[in-house]
Design a protein around this ligand. Structure first.
Ligand SMILES: Nc1ncnc2c1ncn2[C@@H]1O[C@H](COP(=O)(O)OP(=O)(O)O)[C@@H](O)[C@H]1O
Ligand SMILES: [Mg+2]
Length: 295
């Protein structure tokens, strides 16, 4: 079933009396249970469409339906079905504890007292935040704050979860953790999820569908595997022990303390030149079609 239908969605801003189209005639549907990545450079129009889906801004033309109900005419369908974390997770009360925040938002979402405790506990457990429950939000790392914001969006157990740039502003370690969390979410939380990101890696690792935005338009929509199959350019990442004798003349590589790292499209050539005992890892990297739009 198509849980979200986007039909010619158009949104413009007047800039010096000229229309600037943040979303220009966008149409596509999202199936229930899909994990959809909105991919595109900054300014491509991802957040604008997310805000429109959540009925936070009004389209200039076109329409959006959730469960076959047009959101303009049925604003309640948005509240009943969507949990969203907008960019920057600014919905938290920084000087309250995690617990207070979760309880406060549970009350706003009219979650029954009888369900509240267990639901909060399960979510905190899943996000590995149980021991931070009594901590003031302000004292948490950026990554943890982002996780609390996601928990809040999930409190009412919505059928659709939308995360706008969930890894934005996170350091490498927190970003990796967030990616793992998003994968867990995908496996455990059998819902429709939209994740927007300008980072291909996040989308490729977590989503099964991808929508590519460029300058307010959707230029591609398909399953991640289709995009890869059509226009893939395989490369191999090879990691070798630097202590073993290897002959890497004429080949560019990176040397670290005990390892040598290199990337190649021609695996055979490299295998002919190296000592097989030196191989620590060979990994096929698929460069997807989507990547072309981000470089
Ligand atoms: N309130 C606004 N007024 C004017 N321009 C806006 C406004 N909101 C967004 N835009 C512009 O619309 C374009 C799309 O923005 P956005 O949807 O935030 O992109 P993304 O989330 O893909 O980075 C950008 O060029 C942005 O500057
Ligand atoms: Mg954005």
């Amino acid at each position: 079933m198509d849980i979200i239908k986007i039909n010619n969605a158009t949104k413009y801003y007047l800039i010096k009396k000229n229309k600037f189209y943040a979303n220009n005639n966008i149409s596509f549907n999202i199936k229930q249970g899909d994990i959809v990545g909105f991919l595109g450079k900054n300014g491509a129009g991802k957040t604008t469409l997310i805000k429109s889906i959540c009925n936070l801004i009004k389209l200039d033309s076109g329409s959006i339906s959730i469960k076959n109900k047009e959101i303009n005419k049925n604003p309640k369908v948005v509240h009943d079905n969507i949990g969203v974390v907008l960019e920057g997770a600014r919905n938290l009360y920084n000087f309250l504890t995690v617990d207070y925040n979760l309880r406060y938002f549970s009350y706003l979402n009219k979650i029954k007292d009888s369900q509240l405790e267990l639901r909060i506990k399960n979510l905190l457990e899943m996000f590995e935040l149980l021991e931070k429950r009594k901590e003031v939000v302000n004292n948490l790392s950026r990554g943890m704050q982002q996780k609390v914001a996601i928990i809040i969006a999930m409190l009412k157990n919505p059928d659709i979860l939308i995360l706008d740039e969930p890894t934005l502003g996170l350091d490498i370690v927190s970003k990796t953790k967030m990616k793992i969390l998003l994968k867990t979410l995908k496996d455990k939380y059998k819902k429709t999820i939209i994740i927007s990101s300008h980072d291909l890696d996040v989308i490729e690792n977590v989503c099964n569908k991808v929508v590519i935005f460029e300058k307010g338009k959707v230029i591609k929509y398909g399953s991640i595997s289709d995009l890869k199959l059509k226009e893939s350019e395989n490369r191999y990442e090879i990691i070798l022990k630097s202590s073993e004798a290897v002959n890497l003349k004429d080949i560019s590589y990176e040397k670290e303390e005990r390892i040598i790292k290199l990337e190649t499209a021609n695996l055979k050539e490299i295998l002919n030149k190296i000592n097989m005992n030196s191989i620590i890892k060979i990994e096929k990297k698929v460069k997807s079609y989507a990547h072309l739009y981000l470089t």
